[in-house]
Write a protein that binds this ligand. Structure first.
Ligand SMILES: Nc1ncnc2c1ncn2[C@@H]1O[C@H](COP(=O)(O)OP(=O)(O)O)[C@@H](O)[C@H]1O
Ligand SMILES: [Mg+2]
Length: 359
C-alpha cells in the first residue's frame, strides 16, 4: 500500500467548557510518519485534543495544519483520518469484511477494488480469512484488530487512536502494543495515540507528550521523559520515584548533608528536589561505591516481589528512599534487615535535580 503521511502543526489551540480549559493554548509539532502519544491522567484534555484533530470539536482559537493545509475549519470527513476508539464502534449486524469495506464504500471505491483492499487490510492485522465471520463471534482482541483494519484500509494520511487497548486484559494488551508498533513501522502513517497508561506510552511511541490540565508538560522521547523529566509532575506521573530535598552549597548541591555530583541541568534558586528512580539506587554495605553519590540511611522495609525486591529506607531527616533490584539469590541472601544502617548509592548520570515548586 502506498501512503502519504503528513506532519501536523498545532498552534495556540484553546477549548474551554465554562470555567474548564480542556485545551490551554496547545502548541505541538508532529513529524511526518511519527508515532506520538498523548499521555495524561483522566480529564487532562487528551480526548478533546484528538477530537479537535479529527474535526468533531471546533477549537475556540488556534490553528491546525496538516502539512501546508490549514484544516482548522475543515469538516471531519474531508480530513482523511483513520480513527480507532476504546469500544470498537463496529457495526454488529455486518460481517468483518463489510465492516472494513465501509469507509471504502463511503469513498465510492469499486467493489472489486474494495475486496482486494479489505483482504490486504485483514492480512495486515493478521486476520486473513476472517472476512465472513460475524463481529459477535470475535474475541475482544480480534474486534480491535478489525477496528484497526477499518481505520487503515483507505490509506489515510493520519491515524488517531483513543485508548484503543484499554478494554483488553493485560496480556493481550501487551501483545497488541507490540503489534501496533510493528504495524506502524510497516505503514509509516503519522499516528497520534491517546493513553493514560505510562508503560504503554513508553512502549509504543517515538515521542510522548505528557498532558495535564489542558497543557503539554513535556514532549520528549520515552527515554528522555523517564531519565530527564522536566518537572515534578512528569517525574511523578511516569514511573516510580523518590523526591528528596536538596540545597545549593556554593557551586554544588547537597542532600541530607551529603555532596551531590550530577551531570544534568539544575534549577534556579537555592532549593531543589533530587529525583531518584528505585532501580537506579544501589544498596551498599559500609564500603564501596566510590564512583557514586552516597546517602546514609536506615532500612525501614524489605519486600520480596518474585522477580525483584523493593527496599525502603529512611535518611536521617526522615525522608524515604526506595531501591529496587533484580532478585538474584545471591543478592536476596545478603539484603540487610529492617533497622540496619545502609548506604544508598546512585550514579552521577542518575542524579536528577528538579525545581522545588512546593507542589
Ligand atoms: N462536552 C463537554 N462538556 C463539558 N466539559 C467537558 C466536555 N468534554 C470534556 N470536558 C471537560 O474537559 C476536560 C478534558 O476532558 P477530556 O478531553 O475528555 O480528558 P481526557 O480524555 O484526558 O480524560 C475535563 O475536565 C472534562 O470534564
Ligand atoms: Mg479521554
Amino acid at each position: 500500500m502506498t501512503r502519504q503521511a503528513v506532519p501536523i502543526t498545532l498552534r495556540g489551540l484553546r477549548k474551554t467548557y465554562g470555567p474548564v480549559r480542556a485545551l490551554d493554548d496547545v502548541d505541538l509539532d508532529v513529524a511526518n510518519g511519527e508515532f506520538l502519544t498523548l499521555l495524561g491522567p483522566s480529564g487532562s484534555g487528551k480526548t478533546t485534543l484528538l477530537m479537535v484533530l479529527a474535526g468533531f470539536i471546533r477549537p475556540d482559537q488556534g490553528v491546525l495544519r496538516f502539512g501546508e493545509d490549514d484544516v482548522t475549519r475543515l469538516a471531519p470527513h474531508k480530513r482523511d483520518i483513520g480513527m480507532v476508539f476504546q469500544n470498537y464502534a463496529l457495526f454488529p449486524h455486518m460481517d468483518v469484511a463489510a465492516n472494513i469495506a465501509y469507509p471504502l464504500a463511503l469513498r465510492g471505491v469499486a467493489p472489486a477494488e474494495r475486496e482486494r483492499r479489505v483482504e490486504a487490510a485483514l492480512q495486515t492485522v493478521q486476520l486473513a480469512g476472517y472476512g465472513a465471520r460475524r463481529v459477535d463471534q470475535l474475541s475482544g482482541g480480534q474486534r480491535q484488530r478489525v477496528a484497526l483494519a477499518r481505520a487503515i484500509v483507505f490509506e489515510p494520511r493520519i491515524v488517531l487512536m483513543d485508548e484503543p487497548l484499554s478494554a483488553l486484559d493485560k496480556q493481550l494488551r501487551e501483545h497488541m502494543q507490540i503489534e501496533l508498533r510493528q504495524l506502524h513501522e510497516q505503514l509509516g502513517t503519522t499516528t497520534i495515540y491517546v493513553t493514560h497508561d505510562q508503560r504503554e506510552a513508553l512502549t509504543l511511541s517515538d515521542r510522548v507528550a505528557v498532558v495535564n490540565g489542558g497543557r503539554i508538560m513535556q514532549l520528549d522521547t520515552p527515554r528522555a521523559l523517564y531519565e530527564k523529566p522536566a518537572n515534578r509532575f512528569v517525574a511523578e506521573f511516569i514511573g516510580e520515584s523518590s523526591l528528596l530535598k536538596a540545597e545549593r552549597d556554593g557551586d554544588g548541591w547537597r542532600c541530607a548533608g551529603q555532596p551531590l555530583r550530577h551531570a544534568g541541568t539544575v534549577p534556579a534558586g537555592t532549593r531543589a528536589l533530587l529525583m531518584l528512580r528505585p532501580e537506579r539506587v544501589q544498596v551498599l554495605g559500609q564500603q564501596g561505591g566510590e564512583h557514586l553519590n552516597v546517602l546514609p540511611a536506615r532500612v525501614s522495609a524489605v519486600v520480596y516481589q518474585g522477580d525483584s525486591f523493593l527496599l525502603q529506607a529512611r535518611l536521617a531527616d526522615g525522608s524515604a528512599v526506595s531501591a529496587r533490584g533484580i532478585a538474584h539469590a545471591a543478592v536476596l541472601n545478603r539484603l540487610p534487615a529492617v533497622g540496619e544502617p545502609v548506604r544508598l548509592g546512585f550514579g552521577v548520570d542518575d542524579t536528577v535535580l528538579l525545581a522545588d515548586d512546593g507542589g
